[in-house]
Design a protein around this ligand. Structure first.
Ligand code: GLV
Length: 313
């Protein structure tokens, strides 16, 4: 039966999901995963974010599981993840536009020293700092060139930044200069003024941003993390900021979320923190994307953002 059971964001979110699906896909039957009358045998699709512990095992009979997250590492690493069920990652224009907006905001903020201005304002300090660079002479390097990495790289390039990107495996790309693999990373890193992380979190990429990688950037580079917290060795990041190898960082993700009140990241004068919200599309945009994917699946087409265990994302 072509029915979607919605677990994403827990029982309290059900009504807003129900209304969103009613508006954008009135033909798609939906039910709350948490409805006492719900039996998993009565649905073919499940929509999830962070389902309660043990709950994913009950999704073993689904035709497909859809994630409201663009990253699915937190699902596939769970012991209750039913590995035989195809898993589809969140996509859609709004997700990509929001991510590109966020990275633009972060990159321009770094360029103009926005955090320093904000701190000066708090202290009522009228301090005119010279601006030493502009977008046309700033090289941004994007780690990861998937759905989101490509959208971010293209937007930054369209705005005038000098953009290149790195990914693990070679692919065709006409607009953005791409670097591949270990060797490509050595060529990519030394010219980067602002490093943007949009890699998927896999066993290959965990802790990839460590002291060694950071030491290969241009001295005084900036860092934007919109991938996952586990890509970064946080102590190494703090050491690179302390030594000046890194000037500033904008972090939307951290190793342990929510960030503990004691973390040194909170009060660091050159770190801007946001609470993992860079690219959270509206319910309606997510519902429209999910309904589109289900339509494609029902018509026998494979969705582009299908999780591939061999790649890890
Ligand atoms: C959020 O981080 C996501 O994976 O969409």
């Amino acid at each position: 039966m072509k029915r979607l059971a919605v677990s994403a964001d827990g029982p309290a979110a059900w009504e807003s999901w129900r209304d969103a699906f009613a508006r954008v896909a009135p033909d798609l039957p939906t039910i709350s995963w948490f409805d006492p009358a719900f039996d998993p045998a009565d649905a073919s699709y499940a929509l999830v974010w962070e389902p309660p512990v043990g709950e994913m095992a009950r999704m073993a009979n689904m035709r497909v599981i859809l994630s409201t997250g663009a990253g699915v590492n937190h699902l596939v690493n769970r012991p209750d993840f039913p590995a035989d069920v195809p898993l589809v990652r969140m996509g859609g224009d709004q997700t990509a536009v929001l991510m590109a907006d966020y990275v633009m905001w972060a990159a321009i903020g770094l360029l103009r020293g926005a955090r320093r201005w904000a701190r000066d304002q708090e202290k009522h300090l009228w301090c005119n700092r010279p601006i030493l660079r502009n977008s046309a002479e700033t090289r941004v390097g994007v780690l990861g060139f998937g759905n989101l990495g490509a959208a971010v790289a293209r937007r930054l390039a369209a705005t005038g930044f000098i953009v290149s990107a790195w990914c693990r495996t070679p692919r065709e790309e006409k607009q953005i200069p791409l670097f591949f693999g270990e060797e490509g990373l050595s060529d990519f890193l030394p010219s980067v003024d602002i490093l943007v992380n949009l890699l998927p979190s896999t066993p290959h990429t965990r802790h990839i941003i460590d002291a060694e990688l950071l030491s290969r950037l241009k001295p005084g580079a900036d860092f934007i993390n919109v991938g996952r917290g586990d890509h970064v060795v946080e102590d190494d990041l703090l050491a690179a900021l302390a030594s000046g190898q890194l000037d500033s960082a904008v972090l939307d993700v951290v190793a342990t979320e929510p960030l503990s009140a004691e973390s040194p990241l909170w009060d660091h004068p050159r770190i801007t923190l946001t609470p993992h919200m860079a690219s959270e599309a509206s319910r309606e945009a997510q519902a429209a994307y999910v309904a589109h994917v289900i339509r494609e699946l029902e018509e026998g087409r494979a969705p582009p953002l299908l999780y591939r265990p061999d790649r890890g994302y």
